[in-house]
Design a protein around this ligand. Structure first.
Ligand code: HEM
Length: 399
């Protein structure tokens, strides 16, 4: 399967189905493997015998491309939450988990409700481009509130930096693209360093203040690592949510029977959110690496290889979800077992925040605009295999 094929983004699921049938564990190129079946993806995400560090994969194809673009081994080996294994990962994860308590996440609901209401008010009775008017500002402004920093009127740089920084994970990019991503990451780190310095004299009951306090107390992170940690949180939480809002609205409006069912019974919403995450997850894959011979799906993968675990394919595997795997079914009883937020020690820390944002958008949409419809027949896709998402999505919102 080749995610750089021109027709890939419009319907990756057809390609995944072919891969599951013909070669559910396959070598993409020396140094890089891919797995597609639900059980194999779940095994790879959870298995502590695999590593999230780059210790054994400094010469895997993606890392060679990053190094050709100016990245160093030290850059690839920098400790960050998603690049650590247990036991190193455990205390940092525990520290961050304290920032995502139900109280901290719940305290953002009021702001989310107001933001969503304001965006819909401005477009009621007309057209709304959802990505620009709602899907972007919602996670950006909530992230700023949660971090305890003012939201900028022009967040263009932050959008670009956080989007490009995230693409460093993607092994299907061209070497010159990694050059742009490295420079974006450096610019973003510079901005965040200034932000943390600014916050030092303005501490409150927010995530950055708590990280600064933890850094100063020498607890798990050093003051320098505070910046790296905020960097991770921005990368992990911003475009993922933007994309998932767009994908979820699109999927619902493309399935008129499911839309009607949700309008008729808003109580379906929590399960609907799981089903939407199963049906079209923005984080299409995650990567692990082998430190020794590794057996998955009856195949032995040698040491020093990246394994691309295709979450999006696992979420549509008929062997797990039955013959309706490719259909959106908001009442699916086991939808919550999707892998959209990962699995195992690295599973998504921000999932309750992401769910809150999806809930606010979708509940306001069905309640206020039960006759909403899509204006774009052909959605415009962002050309990235890793973070599936829409460039734009225009709705008609009859009052
Ligand atoms: C719909 C939106 C989101 C999706 C689909 C998503 C998906 C994921 C996935 C698949 C992982 C697993 C990574 C792995 O296995 O290596 C992950 C990890 C993570 N996510 Fe999310 N995420 C979303 C929103 C957020 C938000 C809003 C935040 C925080 C503000 C966040 C913070 C994190 C962090 C910090 C990790 C790393 C956890 C670790 O390595 O221990 N995510 N996310």
């Amino acid at each position: 399967m080749d995610p750089s094929a021109p027709d890939f983004f419009a319907d990756p699921y057809r390609h995944f189905a072919d891969a599951r049938r013909s070669a559910p564990v396959q070598c993409y190129q020396p140094g890089m493997w891919m797995v597609f079946g639900h059980d194999d993806v779940s095994q790879v995400l959870k298995d502590r015998g695999l590593t999230s560090t780059e210790r054994h994969t400094l010469d895997a194809p993606r890392n060679l491309a990053i190094k050709a673009a100016g990245g160093t081994d030290a850059y690839l080996l920098r400790p960050s939450l998603s690049k650590m294994d247990a036991p190193d990962h455990t205390p940092l994860r525990a520290l961050l988990a304290r920032l995502f308590t139900p109280r901290a996440v719940g305290s953002l609901r009021r702001a989310a409700t107001d933001l969503v209401a304001g965006a819909f008010d401005r477009h009621a009775g007309g057209e709304m481009e959802v990505i620009e008017s709602l899907a972007h500002p919602l996670p950006y402004q909530l992230t700023c509130t949660w971090l305890g920093v003012p939201a900028l009127d022009d967040d263009g740089d932050i959008r670009r930096w956080s989007f490009e920084g995230l693409q460093m994970i993607d092994p299907f990019r061209r070497p010159e693209q990694y050059r742009e991503y490295i420079s974006a990451s450096a610019d973003f780190a510079g901005y965040l360093r200034e932000l943390v310095a600014w916050k030092r004299s303005r501490q409150g009951d927010d995530a950055i203040s708590r990280l600064i306090a933890a850094g100063d107390a020498g607890e798990v992170i050093t003051p320098d690592e505070v910046v790296a940690t905020i960097h991770t949180l921005f990368l992990a939480g911003f475009h993922t949510t933007v994309n998932q809002i767009g994908l979820s609205v699109l999927a619902l409006l493309q399935a008129p029977d499911q839309w009607a069912a949700l309008v008729a019974d808003p109580e379906l919403l929590p399960n609907a959110i799981d089903e939407l995450l199963r049906f079209d997850p923005t984080a299409q894959f995650m990567i692990r690496a082998t430190a020794a011979d590794y057996r998955v799906g009856g195949v032995t993968i040698p040491p020093g290889q990246h394994i691309v675990a295709w979450i999006a394919s696992a979420n549509r595997d008929e062997a797990r979800w039955g013959s309706s795997a490719d259909q959106l079914d908001l009442g699916r009883p086991d939808a919550r077992y999707h892998l959209a937020f990962g699995s195992g020690i690295h599973s998504c820390l921000g999932m309750w925040l992401a769910r809150l944002e999806l809930e606010e958008v979708l509940s306001a949409l069905i309640r206020r605009f039960p006759k909403a419809s899509l204006v774009d027949e052909e959605p415009r896709w962002r050309s990235t295999a890793f973070m599936r998402g829409l460039e734009s999505l225009t709705l008609l919102l009859p009052a």
